[in-house]
Design a protein around this ligand. Sequence first.
Ligand code: TMP
Length: 202
Amino acid sequence: MTSAKFITFEGIDGAGKSTHIGYVADLLRARGLTVVSTREPGGTELGEALRELVLHKKMHLETEAMLMFASRREHLAEVIEPALGRGDWVVSDRFTDATFAYQGGGRKLSIQKLEVLEQWVHPHLQPDLTLLFDVSLEVARARLDATRDLDKFEQEKATFFADTRAEYLRRASQFPARFRIVDSTRSIADIQQSLAQIISAL
Ligand code: TMP
């Protein structure tokens, strides 16, 4: 039996990743695996309370970054590490790459400071696979405009998302062994076909 793996889903708001998380979890369950599906910020009771704050309150940029890592610390201790320890697979809607992309790329917080927080919170653990759902800013904006109440991040300007996307793509080229870029402008059926191929190789 393949050992437990940690899979993360990333992309700018409107990239469409949430549509595909259930599909990937179902593919894994069909292989007889136990899958824990979770998200960041959030994933625990405390993390969900932090999510409410960080998505809706104005705050200093460094406070925002530290709350992302505080939520993550709890998430690792309460959900991710115990699940992997039991041999379950974990699929998470966002993880640390999101902090580098949004707080680092989008908001311009020093990458070195984020690396210090990453070293503090999870010095050893990295995802086994990171699926980066990538779309143009125009497609992402059109998808967001079609949705309900926008949170603090979703209301940001195009330049913020351009910088966030650029940092995601930079990280994908920095860590090619774990990143797969999924062209998310395609139809849901085409994307699912790519996902099935990627997952079958795990
Ligand atoms: P979601 O809408 O994909 O659930 O993500 C919530 C928002 O939080 C999204 O706009 C991205 C943002 N975010 C960060 O800015 N930094 C982070 O570390 C994480 C996990 C999310």
